[in-house]
Design a protein around this ligand. Structure first.
Ligand code: 13P
Length: 250
């Protein structure tokens, strides 16, 4: 059966000391046994935080990106195998900020997904439509193209290492959350696509997270939906108490 996941995406925030304190506070907080916590931190903190979390159950780390090539002359980049070599479990790929500011296309993301899985990482793959697409009621076609183009070439075995995060762009950092109904509707649509492409079993096992202005005040309502298996949380994951209450909102 699929996992309940509360994932934080710190983006490009926090100094080293703040990162350590936040991680410590979360690790010392109460985390239900059936909730899987993932912290998506800047690359530079992953190694140290991983050592800190060595004996802590239920918390894993995610990188926020990786390069699509295995190694080589790509100054400033970080490979999937480097992440694996320091014991990192997850990588977030396809975030709308990377698509937007770093021109990451569906094709590039397909290559990143492939190398991440090949190196043994699990992928949190983000999808989601901009406001004008939602206003034209074309969000299903838009999201389905993102998944088909970057994920649906995978074998069923590889697909079992994917978590999908639905993050409508109009809800990210805007304070505007998709309603529980909008989230449920899209998540059910995504699960149906996966069932059609792979199998009922793979669809049932897939964790689908909602992201976009999740906070302690709206997490319970969102997570109560049958196809919403947790959240990918930006701003509200930077505060230990706030994030812990989201972790406890299932
Ligand atoms: P906010 O929670 O700050 O809206 O960010 C969502 C997000 O982009 C998570 O990846």
């Amino acid at each position: 059966m699929r996992k309940k996941i509360a994932a934080g995406n710190w983006k490009m925030n926090l100094g080293r000391d703040q990162a350590v304190v936040l991680t410590q506070d979360i690790a010392e907080g109460s985390i239900p046994e059936d909730v899987h916590v993932i912290l998506g931190t800047p690359f530079i903190y992953l190694h140290e935080l991983n050592a800190m979390l060595q004996d802590v159950k239920g918390i894993e780390l995610a990188a926020q990106n990786c390069h699509q090539m295995p190694s080589g002359a790509y100054t400033g980049e970080v490979s999937a195998s480097m992440l694996k070599s320091i014991g990192i479990e997850y990588v977030i790929l396809g975030h709308s900020e990377r698509r937007m500011y770093f021109n990451e296309s569906d094709e590039l993301l397909r290559a990143k997904v492939d190398i991440a899985l090949k190196e043994g990482l699990k992928v949190i793959f983000c999808c989601g439509e901009p406001l004008e697409i939602r206003e034209a009621n074309s969000q299903n076609g838009y999201v389905s193209r993102q998944l088909v183009n970057s994920l649906f070439h995978l074998s069923e075995a590889d697909f079992s290492n994917i978590v999908i995060a639905y993050e409508p762009i109009w809800a990210i950092g805007t304070g505007k959350t998709a309603s529980a109904e909008q989230a449920q509707e899209m998540h059910a649509f995504i699960r149906a696509l996966v069932q059609e492409k792979y199998s009922a079993e793979t669809a049932v096992d897939l964790s689908i997270l909602y992201g976009g202005s999740v906070k302690s005040a709206n997490a319970s309502e969102l997570f109560a939906n049958p196809d919403v298996d947790g959240g990918l949380v930006g701003g509200a994951s930077l505060d230990a108490q706030g994030f812990l209450s989201i972790i406890n909102a299932f």
